[in-house]
Design a protein around this ligand. Structure first.
Ligand code: SF4
Ligand code: SF4
Length: 370
């Protein structure tokens, strides 16, 4: 019969950075929080993920007795700066489609449990960060993120992976502390460009750039275009500004070769001009929250980032992309980007487009020209 130490040793052997145990009791406070904040989290259910169901491990595995939480450090190696400018780090070496990294290690860990007749499930809808806290693996930040007790120099660059199992192991002591230093004065809340962080440990996910950049509906509202800055998919700003992450961000890390190898495919120009074949082959295997039918959102985000770069070198590509695309959302954002970059070429292009346009698109172009 496997002991706690056997499980812990196997987790470390497989490259996980930390491991803890908790009971399979329901997460009642999380259930209550979700009930109170239905408006803010309702969209998750529409995407097929029932978060309320996930607050009771027995809904996931009826014979559940414990939860093992593995801590994966996703920022062990440096990422190319040209990617870090536009993408959340947690997506830069994400193997959920390619299944050639973390997935293999989780599979090996589950096989190890199975050999001892322990059944396990790895649910997406269980509150992973709360499970990690209940397993005593770290503390919270006011930015809602989970900070490891030891990984990444106690930073937030970790992914808790919770396994619901049908064997009882002695639980670790929970720790729900918010361990932010008083002197920080809520840097993350002040720095959040879209106002998604409403207060300590309080986020409106619908305003978070992570949501807006891959699930946002329709043309990005005018008031969010500049605040969303250069982010294309995800956002790390509230982690980058956090003093609790300073030690790890100050380290010289070896370069992540997988991320480096794909960096060229994620250039703004390539994203702006990409077709479905390029998207399916190069982009989707690494960042898959959007279907090929949603290429308009990638292009809209790329155009917005180009506009926020204020770089006139992007003007010819924006003009070309306007002519290549007939999607209103892409064209309207290109017009906005040209208006933000300014300059003679951008202005001439906008005047030409205005002569060919009507309705809402013409209004966007007129605004860009002002
Ligand atoms: S990820 Fe970005 S947008 Fe979301 S809460 Fe943090 S700073 Fe705000
Ligand atoms: S920025 Fe400050 S308040 Fe926000 S999580 Fe970090 S330490 Fe806490």
């Amino acid at each position: 019969m496997l002991t706690r130490d056997d499980v812990i040793n196997k987790a470390f052997e497989l490259g996980f950075a930390d491991v803890g145990f908790t009971t399979a009791e329901p997460f009642d406070s999380q259930k209550e929080l979700l009930r109170q904040r239905q408006e803010e989290y309702g969209w998750v259910g529409k995407m097929g993920l029932d978060l309320v169901l996930g607050t009771d491990p027995k809904n996931i595995l009826p014979s559940a007795q414990s939860i093992i939480v593995l801590i994966e450090a996703y920022f062990r190696e440096a990422f190319p700066p040209q990617l870090e400018r536009h993408f959340g780090r947690c997506y830069l070496d994400d193997d959920r489609v390619t299944k050639d990294g973390l997935t293999l290690r989780i599979k090996a860990f589950r096989s190890f449990l199975t050999q001892d007749k322990i059944n396990s499930k790895v649910p997406f809808n269980l509150p992973h960060r709360v499970a990690a806290a209940r397993a005593g693996l770290g503390t919270f930040g006011k930015n809602t993120l989970f900070y490891s007790r030891k990984v990444a120099l106690k930073g937030s660059w970790v992914l808790p992976v919770a396994l619901v199992i049908d064997r009882s192991f002695e639980p670790d002591a929970p720790n729900y502390e918010v361990a932010c230093p008083d002197w920080c004065r809520n840097a993350c809340i002040s720095a959040c460009p879209t106002g998604a962080l409403k207060g300590p440990r309080r986020i409106d996910p619908r305003l978070c750039i992570s949501y807006l950049s891959y699930f946002g509906d329709g043309l990005t509202p005018m008031e969010l275009r500049e605040p969303m800055g250069m982010w294309i998919y995800g956002c790390d700003r509230c982690q980058n500004v956090c003093p609790r992450n300073t030690p790890w961000l100050g380290k010289d890390l070896p370069m992540n070769k997988k991320a480096l190898a794909k960096a060229d495919d994620f250039e703004l120009k390539k994203l702006l001009h990409m077709d479905k074949a390029f998207f399916t082959a190069k982009i989707w295997p690494h960042m898959f929250y959007q279907a090929p039918e949603d290429l308009w959102r990638w292009k809209m985000n790329a155009a917005r980032a180009m506009g926020n770069s204020l770089d006139t070198a992007y003007v010819p590509d924006l003009v070309r992309a306007y002519e290549e695309n007939d999607d209103f959302r892409v064209r309207a954002m290109i017009a906005w980007a040209l208006g933000r970059i300014k300059g003679t070429d951008a202005r001439e292009a906008l005047k030409k487009f205005l002569g060919q346009s009507q309705g809402e698109l013409a209004e966007e172009i007129e605004l860009a020209l002002q």
